[in-house]
Design a protein around this ligand. Sequence first.
Ligand SMILES: [Zn+2]
Length: 200
Amino acid sequence: MTEETETQSTSQEDEPERLEVPAVARWPIFPFEGDMRVRKLEPRTEEERIRQGDPGGDPCECGSEELKPEPVWANDRWRVRPIQFANKAAPFPAYMLSTQACIDIDDLDDQYASELGILTIRLDRAVMSLGDVGRVHYNRWGDGGFHFHVWFLGRPKGAWQFSGYMLPIWGFTLPSLAPEIHARNDQLVGDHLRKSMSEE
Ligand SMILES: [Zn+2]
């Protein structure tokens, strides 16, 4: 430690030492480069954060008259809608599978569970069928909203730089696909699901 940094750390006595930036920040899949530091850690809270749709939280979006964007496919229990990244059209095929009912994962009974499995595989195939997709990643986080939803993200073929868990961050970073490409993809994914779900 140099004299200069010692002086700095003494003057910042109240601030706990920051964690070191991990090697992943230098991996090619990491979207950002340059000087970075780890964000200051916030203390954990006693209770879980109140999400959209939780009791006492903002009302769930499913209560609004017109759900935007509109589903590309739906039945009476599930729907699939295009994902936008911070209100911006996605830079690759991206769809959200969610229940029609305003329920969370704890409310899914065995019938919902088996439908979720079937829809997961069929939506994966629907997105793969668009072409130019290397792999479909799906993720359920649920930290922002109560209403059960699973992200389906089609990583562009050969785009190893967007691999794995960095893909959603690239979703916020890359420029949007053209509206006509989204329109084509939405139509094809909807058609694929309509066909596969009617063959039961
Ligand atoms: Zn809801």
